[in-house]
Design a protein around this ligand. Structure first.
Ligand code: ADP
Ligand code: MG
Length: 486
């Protein structure tokens, strides 16, 4: 089956590119130009790169509004949310750019006008109902589109037909995910439910403004990056598309979530207190024997939906008891699944694991293909960081491994701390017991993890350089479908 949105080459709601007409223009050499400048101009010609006579680096509120409307799509853009976001848009240019990018990423509707209705969005998917598929939702992986767009810039020109071999690699990935999903589903037969899901590679129509946003990795076109212009309102490209049973529970405001609401202390502006961080990790990552540390638990779940779920479990009402029984069932089965498969249950985002009337549903707990067997990757990364931090040498660690470790630490802490809070004896084991019984210098680990965060005082990020700069295009493994080497 293919999933293709056709016949809707609208473009009526498309906004012109704000920099249209300003790209690729030639710099006029001033009469007093020096030899050095002329040599520079010749060099530029030689490299075949266009030069700009004028690059706009600040946008007015009206222009931003127009640009974001074009990126998000007319139905996904909400004027009130935009006003609130602009009100909070503070910090250095780099911080503001990141906030804008994330705001747009979490809302964008890649499709041109059509009969599908977008009903949700997360860090990976734009989720739709399709009148042709009653009882189902169609989840388009924006993350996979983003990888493909970046890859297409270099290889066949963006919008050109994708080589069959590349589509075949995506199909192999979808097949492998379907197998992983079947294993996940086999662990949750009782009070829980993993909705039926099929992943596939399907052609998807993408609006130009979305393709530009994904290509530049920025709401505002990046002055330092020269990207090809897209000359069509809509480009068609293959993407990872998941079709899943519709969960009507999402319409109920009363549902509870086992979710960290994306609060990952390693990545917060304010670093965790070293003593709390170490206590939490000794208890819930290394599983050192301890009594329940309420203070550390509160710190890790503060302001998250998991905090609400925890409180609901403590309530001695019929509803509270039913919720607690469901959470206990989820944890017991989830811990077995993680230890057996070495996969990480993704309870990072709202809506991934939901609880309703003593039952639970798991529409998005399987880690993305980038984090397959994430516990093994995270364990290895922790070992290496420990060796480096304790001066025992060791191989250097890359950004991707760090990302997987931060992700794993957060999901494991959430699951093991809730297990301890609810008197469940089982635990997820990141490291084998004798290795976990040793001491780890968590301050050193935290320092190493935080070194990888974007630096807001990094002048190279804050000061835009108005000339072409070499760009490294991330190409991983031999295929554009994974952003990380598994
Ligand atoms: N099966 C479903 N039925 C109804 N709504 C869904 C379903 N799956 C996801 N959604 C909606 O889409 C949102 C994002 O879905 P999710 O699968 O968590 O995406 P992501 O992987 O991007 O986090 C959910 O919070 C929910 O609002
Ligand atoms: Mg999700």
């Amino acid at each position: 089956m293919t999933y293709c949105i056709t016949g809707a080459k609208g473009g009526a709601n498309e906004q012109p590119h704000p920099l249209a007409g300003q790209r690729g223009s030639t710099v006029q050499t001033a009469p007093e130009a020096t030899c050095r400048a002329r040599a520079g101009a010749e060099l530029t010609e030689l490299t075949g790169l266009p030069r700009r006579s004028f690059v706009k680096i600040e946008f007015t509120r009206g222009e931003l509004n127009k640009r974001l409307k074009a990126i998000l799509g007319p139905h996904a853009f909400d004027e009130t949310e935009f006003g609130e976001m602009m009100h909070d848009l503070k910090g250095t240019p780099a911080q503001r750019e990141r906030k804008l990018r994330l705001w747009a990423w979490k809302r964008l509707d890649p499709l041109p006008p059509n009969t599908l209705k977008m009903l949700g969005h997360g860090m990976d998917h734009a989720v739709y109902t399709d009148p042709d598929k009653p009882g189902k939702v169609v989840k388009i992986s924006v993350a996979s589109l983003s990888l493909l767009v970046k890859w297409s810039v270099l290889f066949p020109h963006i919008g050109a037909a994708m080589p069959k071999s590349i589509v075949a690699k995506g199909e192999a990935l979808a097949k492998s995910e379907n197998r992983r999903y079947a294993v996940l589903a086999s662990y949750f037969p009782a009070k829980g439910s993993v909705p039926t899901q099929t992943a596939e590679i399907a052609p998807v129509s993408v609006r130009r403004a979305v393709a530009e946003f994904l290509m530049h990795n920025d709401v505002l076109p990046n002055a330092q990056r020269i990207c090809p212009e897209i000359d069509r309102d809509v480009v068609e490209m293959p993407a990872l598309v998941r079709t899943q049973d519709l969960l009507p529970q999402f319409d109920k405001p009363s549902i509870l979530h086992f979710s960290l609401s994306m609060r990952y202390p390693e990545m917060l502006d304010k670093a965790p207190l070293p003593s709390l961080y170490a206590a939490g990790n000794d208890n819930w990552i290394l599983n050192h024997p301890s009594t329940f540390n309420e203070e550390a638990f509160q710190y890790f779940v503060e302001g998250t939906k998991l905090e609400e779920l925890y409180k609901a479990c403590l309530s001695d009402s019929p509803k509270g008891r039913a919720t607690r029984a469901a959470v206990e069932d989820f944890l017991t089965r989830g811990i077995d699944f993680m230890n057996d498969s070495r996969e990480i249950l993704d309870v990072g985002g709202d809506g991934n694991a939901i609880f309703d009337e003593g039952r639970y549903f798991l529409p998005d707990v399987l880690s993305t293909p980038d984090i397959e067997k994430g516990l093994d990757v995270a364990a290895q990364t922790l070992r290496r960081l420990h060796e480096l931090a304790s001066g025992q040498g060791g191989k250097p660690v890359g950004r991707r491994e760090i990302g997987t470790l931060i992700f794993a630490l957060n999901q494991i802490r959430a699951i093991n701390s809730m297990a301890q809070a609810l008197d469940i004896p089982k635990r997820v084991h990141l490291l084998p017991p004798e290795e976990a019984s040793r001491q780890i210098d968590w301050s050193g680990i935290l320092e190493a993890l935080r070194r990888f965060l974007p630096k807001d005082d990094d002048s190279s990020e804050n000061v835009r350089v108005l000339r072409p700069k070499p760009v490294l295009i991330p190409v991983f493994g031999d295929s554009p479908w994974r952003s990380r080497v598994a």
